[in-house]
Design a protein around this ligand. Sequence first.
Ligand code: ARG
Length: 466
Amino acid sequence: MTNKKKKWSALFSAPLDARVAKFNASVRFDYRLAEHDIVSSLAHATMLQNQGIISDSDGDAIKTGLNTILEEIKDNRFDWREEDEDVHFNIERRLVELSGDAGKRLHTARSRNDQVATDLRLFVRARIDMLQKSLSDARCALLTQAEQHVNTLMPGMTHLQVAQPISFAHHMLAYEDMLNRDSARFADCRRRVNILPLGAGALAGTGHPIDRQQVATALAFDGLCENSMDAVSDRDFAIEFTSAAAILMMHLSRFCEEVILWSSPAFGCITLADAFCTGSSIMPQKKNPDVPELIRGKCGRVTGSLTALLMLMKSQPLAYNKDNQEDKEPVFDCADTVQECTDIFAAMVSAINVKVARMRTLLEAGYPTATELADYLVKQGLPFRQAHDVVATIIKTLSTTGTRLEEMTLKELQQHVPQADAGALEVLSAEYAVQARNHVGGTAPEEIERQIKRRREILTVESTSN
Ligand code: ARG
């Protein structure tokens, strides 16, 4: 990138201080908007031409020039210059080189303020659409794991202590529900992203006879930003995008945390395929879960982008302020990070191998059917608080010898609850507890099958409507 000194305009008597020029420039990062900038300029030029604001020959020269520039950029032949400040001025400079006075007419009836707002909306829209595809892959991977483990029992935890038996499928579906909400949040966000600011000019609109709807239709926007002041200064759409991304990353980090725990020798109830693990430079025995750890770590980075944008907009007076040039890097970094994490997450979910027997051992170590026994005693007439206490006493006794609840004899039970019958022992198996929860939202295999089927259908409908 070159940096030659030149004056801003006839109004100025000296060029920018070299340090200021560097400080003010954004092309080193906003070059990433180039394609969107050209597409929106093409739509703007066509509208100017259709409205008779520029001549047909100027319109045609502009469009030819912009298409040439697009090719140059795609082929990495474009001469980006820091002295031209940003992506918009760089492209305009080249357009004037290619088409002379026609190129100087492209900026009629627009400002960089409505231009950059349009470009950024196009960027965010494209990234939402790309991310939605990866999110459905991730949801699909969770459903596939669920399908394979409808009957794999594991300890459902509260406080990271064994609580009640659930199926591994049930656990997977909890995450699918989270990602389902994430998809819905991005779809909702997209509706507010997809409205056109162009036409707002610098802040107050334009006196030229423009047709904003024509531009909106050409760029597939669903509507127009109405208030021109809000149109140029609003960055809610970027904040909503990073917010939805931060929530998604929080969900991914929760799953990753579980993968890290489960694959540790202490739990040892899953393995991650070798392609998703790394070794240690010193300890030959190690297989480290770097992938879920990195996703977990990147969650903070995406939340950082959200915070940066919220702080960027805080207290900004209307309308456009140069502060807004600072919106690009958080948006770009957030979009890249969440995209990469979601892609790798989908692949990582498929790389999980469940150690079914070990899951069962972990489950059985924690008296997971204690609640079943208490409930049974309640059905036999004991008040729940009393039943709770009796079962606690039983567990205290059993734990001294390391005996599991299912191993208890009727005689032993009757020492605590004289009226208990043999039926009490039947409720002590994990299978019984799981089967009994055959209601909407429960962990019974039949209900889980229903949930999987329904979620597969939702995914199919979503992918055909995208
Ligand atoms: N590079 C600027 C940005 O990213 C473009 C808009 C500049 N507008 C202005 N009035 N200086 O926000």
